[in-house]
Design a protein around this ligand. Structure first.
Ligand code: 13P
Length: 339
């Protein structure tokens, strides 16, 4: 079992590949479809995910795809389940298993992620449906007096209990403690909060006996908040990010796969590239949702006639990020996508 977990974790980030986060909940994908004026009907959601998963040569840059509960039960036009479509291309299917972040009682302005009840049985079902890795996202909010230690510990505890159940089922857990970048805080504050968050997270993983070699970490980059007066260069973000992780993330973790968190597509690529120019003892790659899909979503616009152009836009972003995961990206490679 341990070998399988280690092999799966390594395979997802092998050869500078990364992850497509296509696990938007129905609420979130509805927001994305609203932005392009497309109705969030089940068939539209299926069609759009099919477009991504069947994109020619996406497997050159994508080692794993995170699915949502609805999506792992859906199939391509020919009846092949999405999990099989991906596996047949050598792309490992994953599943989001948390049920969302909710206000934590007694902690105004802070959230704790739910979804532990019945999780052992759900893991069993998801494994039967083809999932070989999973995701649980904790949301940490920077604000006046937050995050509190109580909130960090509650989220770390839930992440550790989730990771233990995941490994028990033979499924690699992606542990995602996301410090939001929505506020107006400085890079230094993000550095401090990310350090506290990761300390609590790894203390809990250790306490719960998690096999770190069979675990992937999905963190935020250390970056100023969107509303911060002083923004930072990719080099500053990279230096702060790698230094933070060197202090708190064990080298036993095979891969760190960043979330994009609202960065633009090119910004997320440029920052990942700068991070890999420095490097560390782990694979430093991506698990992007918005930063892999924005152009594809807009290029599609709900019209099947645009499916190929949308696929080309997605594969282009995936390729740019795989190059960034090798530290080999440059702005000159950002050519307009040929239709
Ligand atoms: P973004 O890259 O859009 O932040 O999404 C990644 C993700 O899966 C967050 O949980």
């Amino acid at each position: 079992m341990a070998h399988e977990l280690h092999d799966t974790a390594k395979a997802i980030v092998a050869d500078h590949k990364g992850i497509l986060a296509a696990d938007e909940s129905t609420g979130t994908i509805t927001k994305r479809f609203d932005s392009i004026g497309v109705e969030s009907a089940e068939e539209n959601r299926r069609f759009y995910r099919q477009l991504l998963f069947t994109a020619p040569r996406m497997e050159d840059s994508i080692g794993g795809v995170i699915l949502y509960d609805e999506t792992i039960r859906q199939s391509a036009d020919d009846g092949t389940s999405f999990a099989e479509v991906l596996s047949a291309k050598g792309v490992i299917p994953g599943i989001k298993v948390d049920t969302g972040a909710h206000e934590q009682a007694g902690f105004p302005g802070e959230k704790v992620t739910e979804g532990l009840d019945g999780l052992r049985e759900r893991f069993e079902e998801y494994r039967g449906l083809g999932a070989r890795f999973a995701k649980w996202r904790a949301v940490i909010t920077i604000g006046d007096g937050t995050p509190t230690d109580g909130n960090l510990r509650a989220n770390a505890h839930a992440l550790a209990r989730y990771a233990a159940l995941s490994q028990e089922a033979g499924i690699v857990p992606i542990v995602e403690p996301e410090v939001l970048m929505d506020a107006d805080n400085s890079l230094e504050v993000c550095w401090e909060v990310t350090t506290r968050t990761l300390h609590e997270t790894f203390a809990a993983l250790y306490e719960h006996g998690i096999d770190l070699q069979g675990t992937l970490l999905k963190p935020n980059m250390v970056i100023p908040g969107k509303g911060a007066r002083d923004q930072a260069s990719p080099e500053q973000i990279a230096e702060a990010t790698v230094n933070t992780f060197l202090g708190v993330v064990p080298a036993a973790i095979p891969g760190i796969v960043f979330l994009s968190g609202g960065q633009s597509e090119v910004q997320a690529t440029e920052n990942l590239n700068a991070i890999n120019k420095i490097g560390g003892p782990w694979a430093l790659s991506f698990s992007y949702g918005r930063a892999l899909q924005q152009s594809a979503l807009q290029g599609w616009g709900g019209d099947a006639a645009n499916a190929e152009a949308a696929q080309a836009a997605f594969v282009h972003r995936a390729r740019m990020n795989a190059l960034a995961a090798a530290g080999e990206w440059s702005a000159a490679l950002e050519q307009p996508v040929a239709a």
